[in-house]
Write a protein that binds this ligand. Structure first.
Ligand SMILES: [Zn+2]
Length: 329
């Protein structure tokens, strides 16, 4: 692995996913195969924050890839308190945080509450790319931390049973979509098939046509300006970067938009706590799924620092996250 230690990066940023903090005792995931360290996840976030704060080259920003607090907080009436705790910890690191929304955000808060909360990082955007802002109906934006580099935050629960009013057209459309594949009474149970269709569960979602059209126009401008674009969202979209049960419902439509542009270099997601990675051989796009903090033992960790160079990004992983180099195609 070459990581050009002598070269100074153009800029660096931190990444962390699925903190899922709750002030409750350890538990297990749905299939009881993985332990969840609800309370300790705040300590791991604290260690990540200290590492970023104390590093010689400070990150320009942090990407928080969603599920910042766990859905159990809602049951306990502790959503606001838990959110305050994680945001207080993150704010000790004096850099801006870009928040992605995952399923656990919607277990705790309504979409309108999220828009009014500190988890809405839209106002912090500034971009060298012109073009229309995203319509208000979904949570997506782009920002440019350094000339020539654009980051796009996408809303993977735009088409979903989560975060949409039961009486809304969006909800009925999402219900029609999921029912085509999933006939279970509990829609959190994956359909009884193997393979890609197991993604049609209530804890996943997808991207609306409006959002995909908006992304398409952002990427067209980025192509023209020869920008390097990194897309971030909560749900993985490449079948080789995750277990199929964690894929976005219409991952294929997003992949085909990415294929039709040459500006995208990387796609980052969370949601699948085991993490994953693949390079799309057709496009050279790197698909990274970050290991989740919530299923990381107290003596380990799960965060990364990415150094960006003209021709590559170098991920320095901590704990469960391994080092990787993403060469630009
Ligand atoms: Zn999730």
């Amino acid at each position: 692995m070459t990581d050009h230690p002598s070269q100074t990066p153009l800029f660096t940023f931190g990444v962390i996913a699925d903190i899922q903090y709750a002030d409750i005792d350890d538990g297990y995931n749905y299939t009881r195969s993985h332990r969840r360290y609800y309370r300790n996840s705040l300590q791991l976030l604290s260690k990540a924050q200290r590492s970023w704060s104390e590093s010689a080259v400070k990150p320009h920003f942090i990407l928080q890839l969603g599920d910042i607090i766990d859905g159990f907080n809602k049951r306990d009436g502790a959503s606001e308190k838990a959110l305050d705790s994680v945001l207080r910890e993150l704010s000790r690191c004096p850099v801006e945080v870009h928040h992605v929304w995952g399923n656990h955000e919607f277990y705790n808060f309504s979409r309108s509450q999220l828009l009014r909360s500190q988890l809405n990082s839209t106002p912090r955007t500034g971009s060298s790319l012109a073009g229309p802002p995203a319509p208000a109906d979904f949570y997506a934006y782009h920002f440019s931390p350094f000339p020539g580099f654009t980051f796009v935050v996408l809303d993977a629960y735009d088409v979903s049973l989560l975060g949409r009013e039961v009486s809304s057209e969006q909800y009925s459309n999402a219900m029609d979509r999921i029912k085509q594949y999933n006939s279970n009474e509990d829609l959190n149970c994956p359909p009884g098939v193997v393979g890609l269709e197991t993604r049609f569960t209530m804890f996943n979602g997808g991207f609306s046509k409006d959002q995909l059209d908006w992304l398409d126009s952002v990427l067209s401008l980025a192509d023209e300006k020869r920008e390097r674009v990194t897309i971030v969202s909560h749900l993985p979209i490449h079948p080789n970067s995750t277990t199929p049960m964690c894929l976005a419902w219409n991952f294929d439509e997003l992949l085909s938009i990415i294929h039709s542009h040459n500006s995208v270099v990387c796609y980052m997601a969370g949601h699948d706590h085991d993490g994953g990675y693949c390079k799309d051989e057709d496009t050279g796009v790197h698909h990274l799924t970050l290991e989740g903090v919530i299923e990381t033992p107290p003596d380990s960790n799960a965060f990364g620092t990415v150094s960006v160079y003209k021709d590559r990004m170098v991920l320095k992983g901590n704990g469960r996250i391994r080092n990787r180099v993403f060469l630009f195609a």
